[in-house]
Each structure stands twice: as structure tokens, then as C-alpha cells.
Ligand binder design. Structure first.
Ligand code: M6R
Length: 607
């Protein structure tokens, strides 16, 4: 989704702004722009294309104060005229993430006051509103007055042509950070844009407005009171967002999974037993009261929740429901204060998941746990308990290492719940801990199959559709494989529990429909084999990811990828890897933009 970078310094900040936008490209965007204040004028450069084009266009621009933006179109088509920053009468410039819900009404009022609109965006009303108040006060006060008229979500950066050393920023419903430098300050919607200049960061809170100057800054809360916010030192380093030896971030992130899993499991694997405290101190009192679990998440994160349902019910014996966050928030459900509401999110900023969590709390759910990859994100801050996945920054839009680390975190939740419910004796606990310690090495072994998967991918390059099959806890893995393939290769892919095939989708099977099957050596194997026969008998081409000892043989129309030995309950994690690689190599064959698939955004911060 949209990205914001801003800076005030005693040097030319244009390259910093552009580099910051480059770091935010992964979030997804369709146009970019920046504005600097120079010689008491606003100098704006915009491009309907990539940030690289903006870099060329702004190569000779100079400014010591500026704001920049990547836009993911919501109101108005992607075009230069709709790209941010938006300006009011050459005096005020604004960048904005989020959606202003009452913009039509404000637009009518501002038009009546004589303001001329030059874009189709909701953002332009903010620029004119600030302008309309500016004559009566400072830029800070004018911004605060404008914000009080807005309904909706925003993170904004504001500069004025006649105010050469000051930037105003604010957030409500969209993330925004303040970067603290020495004699210079920065704002950004994402830490990765700031790592080039500082690791010292203030996470602005809901409703905060900040006045940023060269030497200092002042933060005001929603009521306008001056407040102090802690300065954190980010754990991220610049290298963690570099591509290094890889061709794409997705490939890099697939290969980072052994390390990401080891990091996520570190504290547990170094200990001799599992304790609720890994989810936060209050887990000791909350978990014993929990009667069932409700998981809320979207997309890939929802798939990890679906796998966890199998684990939680089978291993811990605790009822579990998994809901799509955007559906849950709008349906009438029956609240039960003994439910543990678990939100899962890589970014911690997904608007649908955040809103579902807030809705759950409003209906009386006090037990909330976030499984998330971003510390200090909105979802983490809204939750009582938390477990951070330590996957490191995930730049590719297609989620990979975030997914497998979410699974690891959910497996820990399962084990802790099982222990509390008397379903995990000491031997079994040690056995699971041993398997978790071995997990990174097991994933590494699967990654070694990459060349074979790259070969397999060639069969998909000319196809338009694909079916993915799985059974039991591997059905959500098949769904995740289908999602990966469709989002980066644009091949239509659907997943079915294999037993469902004969109830409809079998009609689709012919020689042009590759059928991918996850085939672990588990209790459902024989059933799955029968389902695969049904496909073969109808001339379908099968691509089977089969554990050793399944005895499924390569034959005409049946391609086998031999997986390592079955990994028990952790098998879904291992079977995810080849599906990620398959999608990646099919996308390479098709020449799509792997890390930035069309129409998609990394953090979906609008509804
Ligand atoms: O940041 P989140 O985990 O909350 O994001 C949820 C989905 O938007 C996300 O998982 C999406 O489905 C993936 N990019 C797919 O690869």
C-alpha cells in the first residue's frame, strides 16, 4: 500500500527521500512523487511509474525539507495527476496514506470556498483544509484543525512553502514513525525507509501529531496535549533489507526460512520445557481460563491459522475456529469471554485484521493474543498477549518466511495449551522440542530440491489454471500453494481437500489442468492415493510432492517430487517450501514481477 517518507535536515534530502521510497516499493504502488521546499517555493516532481523514474526526474532537485510518497490507487486511477504530494495554492503540500471517508462532503464545501481540485483523490481535501486554516495559525495548528474535520484513516506528512525547516506529521489508523537523527529528523510509514539514516525511532501512537524541526520535535496526542514518547533503537539493520546474492526478495526470503525459524524458536529451543510466559506474563493467568480459540487473519496468515486448527484440536484438545478477519468483523457472532482471540499478521497493520480484533474486543473478548512479525505494530499494541515471529523484514509481496514462522509460533501455542490441559506428558514434550530444534535443518534439506522444482515449473508456464489438492492439515498448505501461484504467476489456481474433487471440481480435469498434490505419508495417504487415481483416470497431469515411503511412482502424466521422510505434525511446514519454490519458478518462467505482483500490496492498510 502507500508509503511515506519525509525529512528535514541541513543538507539536500532528495536522494534520502528517493532511497526511502525505493525501500518502500515492496509495499506495492502504482505512482510516486515528492515535494521539496526551496527558496520559499514548493518544487514537486511526480511520476505515474516506478520510483526509478522519479529518481531520474528529480536528479537535479535540491531541498533540505521534503516529503515523498508511493501511491496505491484507491480514489482515482493511477496517474501523475493523482500521484501525491497534493498541493493547495502552491503553499501547502501533503502526502497521505489511508482513506478519508467524508472527502466528498469536504470537497463540496471547499469548492464552495473557491478551492480548485486538480485530482480525483480524497487526499487533496486535506491540503486545502490545512490551507484554509493556515492564515489563522501555525502549520501545526492548521493541521490539527484540519484533522479534526476528517473521518477515516490517515498517516500524513505536511510542509508549507513559507516554513523551510518544519514538517508536520500525524497518524490515525495508519502507521507512521519518527526517525531521530542528530540535527535532522525524518518520518516514514515503515522502518525500512529510515535505516539508511537512523535506527532511533519513535512509534507514533493513534491520534498523535508531531511537529518536526531540525533540532527537535514535539508530539501532541489526540486531545492536543504535549506528550513524551519513548525512543526505540530498531533491531533491523540495513543488510536485512538488501537483496544480496539473490535475484528476488521472494527467493531470498524462501532461503531465509531455516534461520527465521531458528530465530523464532530460539528461546524455546534453548529451554527444557514450555511455559505460557513466552506469550507474555499475563498468559499465566489467562491461558488456564481459555475454553476455546478463535483465530482471525487474512490471506496467507489465515492459512497458517487453518493449519493450527488441526493442531490445537488434535494435540491440545481445545476447540478452535478460524475466520477470515474481513468477514468476522461484519457478522453477528456469539461472544464468549472465555475465548482466546488470536490474530495472525505478518505486518501487524492489516486493516481487516486490526478491525476484527477491535470488533472482538468491543463485543467483550478480553483475552487477545497477536502472532506478528512487526514489534510495536498496531495489532501487537491492541493485544494483551503476543508472540513475535522473528522472520526479519519480509519484502516480497508473496508471504513466505512469515508464514512458516507463524506456523512455528502456532505450534508453540498448541504445545503450551496441550500442557496446561494435561495432554502433553514430559516425554512427549521433549520429543516435540527435539523435533522443533531439528526443524531448520529439515527445511534446509527441502530447499536442496530447488533445481528439481525449477524443472517442474516449466510444465506450468503455458497453463491457465491449476488445481491444488491436500487432505487434513495439508489442505491449508495446498490452499497456500494455490495462493502463491496465483498471486505471482497470474495462473488461476484453486485448492480443494482431495476428497471433495468428485463432488464437482473433477469436471475441470483434463490434460490442460495440472493438478498439484501434497502427499505426506500420513493416515490419509491411502485415501489421497485413490483421489489421485481419479485424476489420472481422467487424463489429468499430476505433480505429486510425496514423502519418502509413500511408494507413489513416477509414470506417464505423474511427476513426483521426492520429499524427505514424513515429519509428523511439523510436516505442513516442510510441504510449504516446495510449493513456494514452484510458484517462484513458474513466475520466473512467465516473466512476471515476482516481488511486486500487479494490483497487490504488501501491507493492506485499507479495508
Ligand atoms: O500482514 P498480514 O499477514 O496481515 O497480511 C495478510 C495478507 O494480506 C497476506 O498474508 C497476503 O495474503 C500475502 N501477501 C499473500 O502472499
Amino acid at each position: 500500500m502507500c508509503g511515506i517518507v519525509g525529512a528535514v535536515a541541513k543538507r539536500n534530502i532528495v536522494s534520502m527521500l528517493v532511497n526511502g521510497l525505493l525501500r518502500l516499493e515492496y509495499r506495492g504502488y502504482d505512482s510516486a512523487g515528492l515535494v521539496v521546499v526551496h527558496d520559499a517555493k514548493l518544487e514537486r516532481v511526480r511520476s505515474a511509474g516506478r520510483v526509478a523514474e522519479l529518481a531520474t526526474k528529480s536528479a537535479n532537485t535540491y531541498g533540505e525539507l521534503g516529503i515523498a510518497h508511493t501511491r496505491w490507487a484507491t480514489h482515482g486511477v493511477p496517474s501523475e495527476r493523482n500521484a501525491h504530494p497534493h498541493m493547495s495554492r502552491d503553499l501547502i503540500a501533503v502526502v497521505h496514506n489511508g482513506i478519508i471517508e467524508n472527502y466528498e462532503e469536504l470537497r463540496t464545501e471547499l469548492t464552495a470556498q473557491g478551492y480548485e481540485f486538480t485530482s480525483d483523490t480524497d487526499t487533496e481535501v486535506i491540503a486545502h483544509l490545512i490551507h484554509s486554516h493556515y492564515a489563522q495559525g501555525s502549520l501545526l495548528v492548521a493541521t490539527q484543525m484540519a484533522l479534526s474535520q476528517l473521518v477515516g484513516a490517515y498517516a500524513i506528512g505536511v510542509v508549507a512553502a513559507d516554513n523551510p525547516h518544519q514538517l508536520i506529521a500525524a497518524r490515525k489508523g495508519s502507521p507512521l514513525l519518527l526517525g531521530v537523527g542528530v540535527g535532522e529528523h525524518f518520518v516514514a510509514s515503515d522502518m525500512s525507509a529510515l535505516l539508511q539514516v537512523t535506527k532511533n525511532v519513535v512509534y507514533l501512537e493513534e491520534g498523535d501529531v508531531v511537529e518536526v524541526n531540525l533540532a527537535n520535535y514535539r508530539i501532541f496526542d489526540q486531545q492536543g496535549n504535549a506528550v513524551q514518547r519513548a525512543v526505540h533503537v530498531s533491531e533491523l539493520d540495513n543488510d536485512s533489507v538488501e537483496l544480496g546474492e539473490y535475484q528476488h526478495y521472494m527467493q531470498k526470503e524462501i532461503h531465509e526460512q531455516p534461520q527465521a525459524l531458528a530465530n523464532t524458536l530460539e528461546s524455546v529451543c534453548n529451554s527444557q520445557s514450555l511455559v505460557p510466559g513466552i506469550f507474555g506474563a499475563e498468559a499465566n493467568t489467562i491461558f488456564p481460563q481459555v475454553e476455546s480459540i478463535l483465530i482471525l487473519a487474512c490471506g496467507t496468515s489465515n492459512h497458517s491459522g487453518q493449519v493450527a486448527k488441526y493442531w490445537l484440536e488434535e494435540i491440545a484438545g481445545i476447540p478452535c475456529n478460524v475466520e477470515i478477519a474481513s468477514e468476522y468483523r461484519y457478522r453477528v457472532s456469539v461472544p464468549n469471554p472465555k475465548i482466546l482471540v488470536v490474530t495472525i499478521s505478518q505486518s501487524g497493520e492489516t486493516a481487516d485484521t486490526l478491525a476484527a480484533l477491535i470488533h472482538a474486543k468491543a463485543t467483550g473478548h478480553a483475552f487477545t493474543l497477536a502472532i506478528c512479525n512487526v514489534p510495536e505494530s498496531a495489532i501487537i499494541r491492541q493485544s494483551k498477549l503476543r508472540l513475535l515471529t522473528r522472520a526479519g523484514p519480509e519484502i516480497g509481496v508473496a508471504s513466505t518466511k512469515a508464514f512458516t514462522t507463524q506456523l512455528a509460533a502456532l505450534f508453540l501455542l498448541t504445545l503450551v495449551m496441550a500442557k496446561l490441559r494435561g495432554r502433553l506428558n514430559a516425554d512427549r514434550e521433549q520429543q516435540f522440542l527435539h523435533e522443533l530444534r531439528h526443524l531448520p535443518a529439515a527445511v534446509q534439506k527441502v530447499l536442496a530440491l530447488e533445481p528439481k522444482i525449477a524443472e517442474m515449473a516449466k510444465h506450468f508456464a503455458n497453463k491457465h489454471h491449476a488445481l491444488f489438492l491436500g487432505r487434513g492439515m495439508h489442505f491449508p498448505i495446498a490452499a497456500e500453494g494455490a495462493l502463491k501461484l496465483k498471486e505471482i504467476s497470474y495462473i488461476h489456481a484453486e485448492a480443494y481437500p482431495a476428497g471433495e474433487l468428485k463432488h464437482g471440481p473433477l469436471a475441470l480435469v483434463d490434460a490442460d489442468m495440472p493438478v498439484v498434490s501434497v502427499a505426506p505419508n500420513d493416515t490419509l495417504l491411502e485415501k489421497l492415493k485413490s483421489n489421485l487415481q481419479e485424476v489420472k483416470a481422467r487424463g489429468g497431469e499430476l505433480f505429486v510432492f510425496a514423502d519418502a515411503q509413500t511408494h507413489i511412482k513416477e509414470s506417464d502424466g505423474v511427476h513426483i517430487l521426492q520429499m524427505p521422510e514424513h515429519a509428523g505434525f511439523l510436516s505442513p511446514i516442510l510441504h510449504t517450501i516446495p510449493l513456494q519454490l514452484l510458484a517462484y519458478y513458474v513466475a520466473l518462467e512467465k516473466g512476471t514481477d515476482v516481488d511486486k505482483p500487479r494490483n497487490l500490496a504488501k501491507s493492506v492498510t485499507v479495508e
